[in-house]
Design a protein around this ligand. Structure first.
Ligand SMILES: [Zn+2]
Length: 190
């Protein structure tokens, strides 16, 4: 099953109801799927949004997992954020990350358009210095310190030290990962 199939079998709602631009970064752009960040590649798509923006499920499904996504103890310029994984009725897993507030628990069923939580502020501008990766310093300069980071999976990979903060530090990419660009682009046109 592909992202396009998920789209056909489910209603499909833009994950940020307050975001009327519905811009999807295309491959190669900053914040896009598999963006090359030098020592790491981006596992999802970033949708920049103000802290506190509502995040809703794009599909009907089940809340599969909720947890901590980033913590300042791991990387100094990170703030604490959370993730929610929803298994859509079509079988695919959608990971909504860099949330500041989570409103659901694992095991709950969820409808498309229902709130999962709110966008957090993943980057701490005061802690970003010259040692931070270039893409982080650019985000700070552009004031893009809060966003929804969204990943799509056919199956969830085993936990790995190579996966940190939505980036993959190994060769290739995490098993089961799918490009969400086309799915989001299709949803954005509804
Ligand atoms: Zn991201």
């Amino acid at each position: 099953m592909t992202g396009a199939d998920l789209c056909r079998t489910n209603e499909g709602v833009w994950p940020l109801p307050g975001d009327l631009r519905k811009a999807v970064h295309q491959r190669g752009e900053p914040g896009s799927f598999l963006e090359d960040r030098g020592d790491r590649r981006h596992c999802g798509v970033d949708i920049y949004a103000p802290q506190g923006s509502q995040v809703v499920s794009i599909t009907d499904g089940l809340v599969f997992d909720v947890g901590v996504f980033t913590e300042p103890g791991e990387v100094p310029y990170w703030k604490k954020t959370f993730y929610v994984v929803v298994q859509g009725d079509g079988g695919l897993f959608v990971k909504y990350a860099e949330l500041g507030v989570v409103d659901v628990r694992a095991g709950e069923s969820i409808r498309s358009g229902e709130r999962l939580g709110r966008v957090g502020s993943v980057l701490d501008p005061e802690k970003i210095d010259d040692l931070a990766p270039g893409y982080i310093r650019r985000l700070q300069e552009e004031g893009k310190v809060s966003m929804l980071h969204l990943e799509l999976y056919r199956s969830l990979p085993e936990p790995s030290d190579l996966y940190r903060g939505g980036n993959w530090f190994g060769t290739g990419e995490p098993g089961g990962l799918i490009d969400p660009t086309r799915l989001l682009a299709a949803i954005s046109k509804r």
